[in-house]
Ligand binder design. Structure first.
Ligand code: FAD
Length: 636
């Protein structure tokens, strides 16, 4: 008698999961932090037919849909007051809105983010009170659609090198904005190709033949009918690997004249007589202040990266619990693929990393909201390090999620593949990740050297006052205790900074310029930036988890589990810990075994954990639900 295989039926993920050991809704609020009801309203609006996700559109169609959707969101008034109000409760809705929209469609959030976030923030941060009063309400009500023109064909990461000129003409009391050569054309400018009528333009300011460095100007690009103004040439950047709803453009200026009060002059100004003044003493300080708007962008990218990972993980984990392959369970069914250790090793470490990074990104956001002059350097270190490591984590997470869903992961409607290509740009814009990590290590190294000279370390480097930081036995690892892992991560940063300092000094003694010395040590510089940021994750996550009330102990326990898996996995996957003797090979083996043990533990709560992310079902792909019914012949 031949064996007939019974048809596989769909069993929801819940069938392969146990009852949650913690309150999913409480954890959700813990992750989201604010504007819970408001977010629900935004997600609800995204159920309208106009927002139904569509795939395989032409570039023109993508842009058309984007415009319609932006107009609808504007009509719904979610962003009303978020730019112009001084009430922090209204302003916080801005972040919540963009977090929701970004989960829905990256093109839409980028197009709107360039206008409100980059164009609007530049005016808000760098404009005088009068300029802000005049222009910001028009940004908020979209009567003045704008873009942000910093990058040029010849200079992206090296912002100081941009070549666009802004020369003050005292006779007419105007600035003359000019593109002197092809490499000075503004490039990649979101919204420039079709949408924006205005732009904040960064250019080298010259007054009376003296160059004062980069300054921001407001320039009108198009008239009320959308026609490009004389002296300005605009071209489209063309089709991209993602984000095709956004009309990125290139801009050339041919001696375009703008009034004197179109220079954004909160910190630096040129009087009608052509006298330059600045509140900053040095050119370096001036430069850093001009680029302040980019810090907010990095904070958003850090948050967004964890949110996109949450979507990918929710889809892949739900699918992993309902997709069965090979073997047989006690009920005679095939085994859910998430029960395979290899699948757990693929998805549980990113799940743990995403939970911990999400908590750290929330902390970064509150630091940013409460920023003061004294903590701007720290904010730069945090935002640059977090943006880099969180967006890289997102890239790796989405890749694992895509593969974990097999062929279904490759289908556009299941979202992960599309997200991979559209969010990839987070690694590049608002600062290339590797370049940003160099900035982290430069800033931390300068603190390290200064404090070393004084013979006493403070702040995040205070642990270096302990004599046995470079050696000695590691504390015994106790379940859930951070000290073992914290010592390993501190040792690793201490080694990285000491080695970088030593190698730079050796090269400078050999007569090499500091530029050459630094470039010969870029492997160490990237490592020091990573080491510092990962140690920040250790300390911040511990601070957050240990402050959870006793009544929420079950939430504390699940986050503790995530923290341990995240950190053990970081040690396990990076050879630097072993190479620089932060631990012995026996201890490295212990860390590897812990990863396996913790993955199995996290598998048990994986479903409630992704439920706590609160991603609405209409933003998950069909494979997160009954994928058999979805693909049924009756639906053809
Ligand atoms: C889709 C998209 C939208 C954008 N939107 C805008 C916008 O609206 N407005 C705007 O002004 N800009 C925008 N940008 C530009 C973006 O900010 C830049 O692309 C980014 O800053 C990187 O600059 P670059 O492309 O010139 O790369 P480059 O600076 O040329 O970098 C290329 C490579 O060189 C490496 N590198 C560079 N310098 C160093 C160094 N010192 N040491 C070691 N390695 C180095 C980098 O790591 C990178 O891998 C956008 C870009 C894209 C792709």
């Amino acid at each position: 008698m031949s064996y007939i295989c019974p048809c596989a039926e769909y069993l929801p993920p819940e069938t392969s999961s146990t009852i949650p050991t913690f309150n999913v809704f409480k954890l959700r609020n813990f992750f989201l932090e604010h504007d819970i009801e408001f977010r629900k309203n935004v997600f609800e609006a995204l159920k309208e037919p106009i927002f139904h996700l569509r795939y395989g559109l032409s570039l023109e169609e993508e842009r058309l849909w984007l415009k319609k959707r932006w107009a609808r969101l504007h009509e719904l008034g979610f962003l009303k007051g978020t730019l112009t109000s001084v009430d922090p409760k209204i302003r916080s809705k801005y972040d919540a809105f963009f977090e929701c929209i970004e989960m829905y469609d990256h093109s839409l959030s980028v197009a709107m983010g360039v206008h409100y976030g980059l164009f609007g923030s530049t005016i808000a941060f760098l404009g005088t009170d009068e300029q802000v009063r005049e222009w910001l309400p028009k940004v908020e009500d979209c009567s003045m659609l704008g873009c942000f023109a910093l990058t040029e064909l010849g200079h992206g990461s090296n912002v100081r090198g941009i070549e666009t000129q802004a020369r003050y003409d005292q006779v007419s009391q105007e600035f003359i904005i000019h593109t002197p050569c092809e490499t000075a054309q503004k490039y990649w400018i979101g919204g420039a190709a079709e949408t924006a009528h205005w732009s904040t333009v960064f250019a080298q300011l010259t007054v009376d033949g003296i160059n004062y460095g980069i300054h921001p100007f407001l320039v009108q690009l198009r008239d009320d009918n959308g026609r490009v103004l004389p002296g300005i040439t605009i071209a489209d950047c063309g089709h991209k690997m993602g984000l095709n709803g956004v009309d990125n453009g290139r801009i050339w200026f041919e001696n375009v004249r703008i009034p004197r009060n179109y220079m954004l002059s909160r910190y630096n100004s040129v009087s009608s007589e052509g006298k330059y003044s600045s509140v900053y003493k040095t050119a370096d300080e001036r430069f850093a202040a001009q680029l302040g708007a980019l810090t907010g962008g990095r904070v958003s990218i850090a948050l967004s990266s964890t949110n996109q990972s949450k979507i990918g993980l929710t889809i892949a984990i739900r699918y992993g619990l309902s997709r069965r392959a090979f073997g047989s369970t006690s009920e005679g069914l095939e085994v859910p693929i998430l029960n395979y250790l290899s699948h757990q090793l693929r998805l549980m470490p990113p799940l743990a990393a995403t939970c911990i990074m999400s908590l750290c990104a929330n902390r970064l956001r509150s630091r940013y909201r409460n920023r003061a002059n004294e903590n701007l350097k720290e904010l730069h270190i945090w935002s640059s390090g977090f943006k880099s490591l969180m967006s890289w984590q997102m890239r790796d997470t989405l890749q694992e999620c895509r593969e974990a869903c097999g062929g279904q992961g490759y289908k556009s409607e299941n979202r992960i593949g599309i997200m991979k290509s559209t969010f990839d740009v987070l690694l590049t814009y608002e600062g290339d990740n590797l370049v940003l990590l160099q900035q982290v290590s430069r800033a931390v190294l300068s603190d390290f050297l200064r404090q070393l000279k004084k013979g006493h370390f403070i702040g995040s480097l205070a642990y270096l006052n302990s004599k046995d930081i470079f050696s000695g036995t590691l504390p015994q690892h106790k379940e859930g205790c951070i000290e073992y892992l914290r010592t390993i991560f501190r040792r690793r940063e201490a080694n990285a900074l000491a080695t970088l300092a030593k190698e730079l000094a050796t090269r400078e003694h050999q007569g090499k310029s500091s530029f050459d010395a630094w470039n010969e040590c870029l492997d160490l510089a990237a490592e020091a930036g990573r080491a510092h940021t990962e140690l920040l994750f250790v300390d911040l996550s511990e601070e957050i988890i240990s402050s959870i009330n006793d009544e929420d102990a079950s939430i504390g326990s699940v986050l503790k589990l995530c923290q341990q898996l995240f950190l053990f996995h970081l040690v396990d996957k990076q050879s630097v810990f072993l190479r620089t003797s932060c631990l012995s090979s026996k201890e490295a083996e212990y860390c590897h075994d812990k990863v396996i043990e913790l993955c199995k533990q996290l598998r048990v709560v994986a479903l409630p954990l992704v439920e706590s992310f609160g991603i609405p079902s209409h933003l998950l792909g069909p494979i997160a639900f009954n994928w058999i019914a979805h693909n049924s012949r009756v639906r053809l």
